[in-house]
Design a protein around this ligand. Structure first.
Ligand SMILES: [Zn+2]
Length: 327
């Protein structure tokens, strides 16, 4: 049963309060007005580049086990800054205003418990957030090995809808590149490769159907990649016209080689996660913002996504697995 609580209203009050009474938060949103943006146009979509110095901590976050063990978890409620307020979400999550925003409205949605980042069991919560924060927000997830800056603490994020270019360019991507994997009355699954990004998309209005299909996909992808912890993925979800649209980006690498280049002239601090591949790439350093070309961006994207051969194998496997499960 959907709760009757109006989360959008609570979130709107939370934003007003935090921007008024929390200096760091107020400053974070104020600097958004002056961030520089470039747009790269590809054939049927566009990718923006945002120079945002406020994102340095997140972009360069050390996410190896040792660094994680040595720092205080910034998503545990007990460790939040004293000015930070929260809206409780159902029994196990809470809603926070992100003081280092990318979006005009940027939320962090952590679990109340310090439990590892994983999507397999938390996928239904992602669907709930999509519904409860619609139509104002898109909700996203970064896997523990591809973009989550707190891989030890389960969390989602949400940002102003239609800010990521994929939010509003998806319909065209679907028209131009989608291959139907399966379709029934209540669920469609597509595979899309737009030349830069490879994704599996679930669309439907029955929550349990999407959940079931996602679990089948999860097993197929796990088997294909042999990554038994969690296959690398980023997710961008939304709820519109009474249905969910869940885009899963299929990754094989967290950061591109150029991120670690010993040659400072060549190094580019771009750490692709859901928002970047959803169409708004974040560079916290101005020199990277100046340096990145359309070709460079293309190269980086291709490097961090699964390759065509794997994608083709996954499509066949997923089709079989879904059909066997439904028959
Ligand atoms: Zn924690």
């Amino acid at each position: 049963m959907k709760e009757n609580k109006n989360y959008l209203q609570l979130v709107s009050i939370l934003f007003k309060e935090q921007k008024l009474n929390w200096e760091q938060c107020k400053n974070g949103y104020a600097t958004l007005d002056s961030v520089e943006v470039k747009v790269f146009h590809f054939e049927n979509f566009s990718i923006k580049l945002q120079f945002n110095p406020g994102r340095m901590i997140s972009t360069s976050a050390k996410v190896d086990a040792k660094s994680i063990n040595e720092r205080k978890c910034f998503l545990c409620r007990a460790n939040l800054p004293k000015e930070q307020q929260a809206v409780e979400y159902k029994d196990d999550f809470f809603i926070l205003v992100n003081p280092f925003p990318i979006f005009p409205e940027h939320l962090t949605l952590p679990s109340l418990h310090h439990t590892k980042q994983e999507i397999k069991n938390s996928f239904p919560v992602l669907l709930d957030f999509c519904e409860d924060l619609s139509p104002d927000f898109s909700v996203f997830y970064n896997g523990p090995k591809c973009g989550a800056s707190a891989p030890d603490h389960l969390h989602f994020q949400a940002g102003t809808r239609n800010f990521m270019t994929i939010d509003h360019e998806y319909d065209l991507l679907k028209e131009k590149y989608a291959e139907k994997i399966t379709e029934n009355n209540s669920l469609c699954v597509y595979a899309i490769d737009d030349g830069l990004r490879k994704m599996i998309v679930f669309e439907g209005e029955v929550k349990s159907e999407i959940e079931r299909a996602f679990q089948i996909f999860y097993s197929s992808f796990t088997e294909l990649t042999g990554q038994y912890e969690e296959p690398m993925m980023n997710i961008v979800g939304a709820f519109q016209n009474k249905q969910w649209r869940i885009i899963v980006f299929l990754r094989r690498k967290h950061r591109p080689d150029v991120f670690f280049d010993a040659d400072e002239e060549k190094r580019i601090l771009l750490s692709p996660a859901a928002v970047d591949i959803g169409g708004v790439c974040i560079t916290p350093r101005e020199k990277d913002f100046e340096k990145i070309t359309k070709e460079k961006l293309e190269e980086i994207f291709k490097e961090v996504f699964i390759v065509e051969k794997e994608f083709n194998t996954l499509k066949i496997k997923l089709k079989n697995d879904l059909e066997n499960n439904y028959s």
